[in-house]
Design a protein. Structure first.
Length: 261
């Protein structure tokens, strides 16, 4: 089921030709990719988003020759406020696992005999190849061709935020919630089904009870966004019978809020 929210300026009509200040780095992706499960650890998420921020989201890339993006440990360390040795370790670890990481989408299925079918699960890679150069401290991502239309040539139906907004976050759940809320920042509310929330947050299957999801994922993510990026977030579960079936978020951001490393 889709996230229940009207389209927003940021998500659907945002002018992707607006000039950006020198030095600003933006992470931009389609709304479909924002909703999808990313399947990444925190260090892998950092690497991928560093790489996404180097792409020109306004210019369509040649799918026959997908871009190759190199991330240096020195830049990675500076971006995320960590020491160089930690940056080397995270880049090396990310290089080992990124090839096997998959994006998970749930697509509407065609009807058969006038009956609706469950959503179709579709997966695709982030990258087709990853290089890590030991001794020089860089990772090179060879993007998977099918993910490129979700990152380049974007004119509508996309979400965009500055990489610096997420740089101090220490939880991948906080980062994913930031992306979901940013999609609807102009309207200030979002109503998301539990199924869509769990997909986007890559909730472990072991957390099947909403109480566990609340304690392990939802509340810590809200606390970190509140403390580190000035978000003001309230939320309420919505039930069908006794079962929580969706979550309503109301939120805004303090214009003076700044990330604290």
């Amino acid at each position: 089921m889709p996230i229940k929210q009207a389209a927003t300026k940021r998500a659907t009509n945002y002018d992707n030709d607006v000039p950006r200040l020198p030095g600003e780095r933006w992470v931009t992706m389609t709304n479909a990719l924002t909703r999808a499960g990313h399947g990444l650890s925190l260090s892998e998420k950092r690497i991928v988003c560093c790489a996404v921020a180097t792409l020109d989201s306004r210019k369509a890339a040649d799918l026959t020759r997908p871009p190759v993006t190199r991330i240096y440990a020195t830049d990675y360390a500076e971006t995320f406020g960590i020491d160089l040795n930690t940056a080397y370790e995270q880049l090396q670890d990310g290089a080992k696992h990124l090839y096997n990481r998959s994006i998970t989408f749930y697509l509407p299925a065609h009807k058969r005999a006038a009956k609706g079918l469950p959503m179709t699960k579709a997966t695709m890679r982030w990258v087709g190849k990853v290089h890590y150069q030991q001794g020089e401290g860089w990772v090179e991502l060879h993007w998977w061709h099918e993910v490129i239309p979700h990152l380049t040539g974007l004119r509508k139906n996309f979400t965009s935020y500055q990489l610096g907004q997420a740089a101090a976050l220490r939880s991948v759940y906080s980062w994913r919630l930031l992306e979901l809320l940013t999609r609807f920042e102009d309207t200030g509310w979002m109503d998301v089904t539990i199924e869509d929330f769990n997909t986007a947050m890559d909730t472990p299957p072991s957390l099947s009870d909403f109480g566990q999801i609340k304690r392990r994922i939802l509340e810590p993510a809200i606390t970190e966004l509140t403390q580190k990026d000035g978000w003001l977030i309230t939320w309420a579960p919505k039930k069908t019978g006794r079962k929580v079936t969706s979550i309503r978020f109301d939120f805004s951001r303090d214009p003076q809020g700044q990330l604290a490393f």
